[in-house]
Design a protein around this ligand. Structure first.
Ligand code: CP
Length: 337
């Protein structure tokens, strides 16, 4: 994280003020300025530059996961606990009134009564939007069906910006601009879609994005216009293995979810320690992994995915502090712009 701080000026709290009391439904909420400030704040906390253990000691987060999760729920809870907050949790929809047919309207009313913020994961894309209609507290989308996972994208980019702070805080010479490969389909993979949306913010330092999938058109309607209007050149390919030699960053996902396509293409979209990666290529994967990412890459320099999962706590802490508007009394003046 020190590289982020060395490359950037002090925190601009007025930028983070825009997140105060905001629900986080989509990665479209974040602009480049906000990303830079969140990343700097996360880096300061990861480096333990000032105490934060009391910041949210009067706040409760409900972590309501109606679909399984390891990282998102636990890292949100860990983030809240680091900040002195408290958590209440749903880890399995079957243990709630959902099993008896309870409506989102009534569940939303309970969130209002029992918590000050709610992080929600749901199998249905529309559930998040519907819950918001009944909520008086901010909602953070922890993954809604095949739509979005905005805070995963924050964790993805926190890892990448620690790896190369210049992507956000500098201007790379043309020959050093990133070539990014994304394995998956933004149209129906939520982490891929949110990652791509944030990638577009850093277009000045990205040379090219290739989306690898078995589909002729992996973009969904939602993101098609956004991609078309971006200055980054984006193309589509089925030839991952032949393209490895020019990729600086590879974003993978559990492509087993592609179902028949994965079985048909076998290991065409998989990586292992024998894959012909450049020496300095980094691999991101939101995890949980399937066969596409071999464990023999874990001990290599290509592994940025554990850093990505580890950093999720700090970037989620930064987001929670901004949404609760608790920064002005917390961050010492020496760290402010
Ligand atoms: N990255 C991610 O969303 O992981 P979980 O499904 O474990 O939350």
């Amino acid at each position: 994280p020190q590289g982020v701080l060395d490359a950037s000026p002090g925190l601009q709290l007025d930028v983070l003020d825009k997140l105060h009391n905001q629900s986080v439904l989509t990665a479209a909420l974040f602009d480049k300025e906000m990303m830079c400030e969140l990343v700097k704040l996360a880096a300061l906390m990861q480096l333990k530059r000032f105490p934060v253990g009391h910041a949210l000691n009067d706040r409760i987060m409900a972590a309501a996961f109606f679909e399984p999760s390891t990282r998102t729920r636990l890292s949100f809870e860990s983030a809240m606990l680091h900040l002195g907050g408290k958590t209440i949790s749903v880890a399995d929809a079957k243990t709630t009134g959902v099993a008896k047919g309870e409506s989102l309207r009534d569940i939303g009313q309970m969130f209002n009564s029992y918590a000050d913020i709610v992080a929600v994961r749901h199998t249905e894309q529309s559930a998040i939007q519907e819950l918001c209609e009944y909520l008086r507290i901010p909602l953070i989308n922890g993954g809604n069906g095949s739509d979005e996972h905005p805070t995963q994208a924050l964790a993805d980019w926190y890892a990448l910006l620690k790896w190369r702070p210049e992507i956000a805080f500098g201007e790379l010479d043309e020959k050093f601009r990133l070539n990014i490969g994304i394995i998956g389909t933004p149209g129906n993979m939520r982490t891929v879609k949110s990652f791509l949306m944030l990638a577009l913010l850093f277009h000045k330092n990205i040379n090219h994005i290739t989306i690898f999938s078995e589909m002729a058109d992996p973009l969904g309607d939602d993101i098609r216009e956004l991609v078309k209007s971006s200055p980054i050149s984006i193309d589509f390919s089925q030839n991952l293995q032949q393209s490895l030699e020019y990729l600086d960053v590879i974003y993978m996902n559990a492509i087993a979810f592609l179902g028949d396509g994965y079985r048909f293409f076998g290991d065409a979209f998989s990586l292992n320690a024998e894959s012909k990666l450049k020496d300095d290529t980094v691999i991101l994967h939101p995890l949980a992994r399937g066969e596409e990412l071999s464990v023999d890459l874990d001990e290599t320099e290509h592994n940025l995915y554990f850093n990505q999962a580890d950093g999720a706590v700090w970037i989620r802490q930064a987001l929670l502090l901004a949404v609760f508007g608790r920064l002005r009394d917390l961050v010492p003046a020496e760290y402010l712009a």
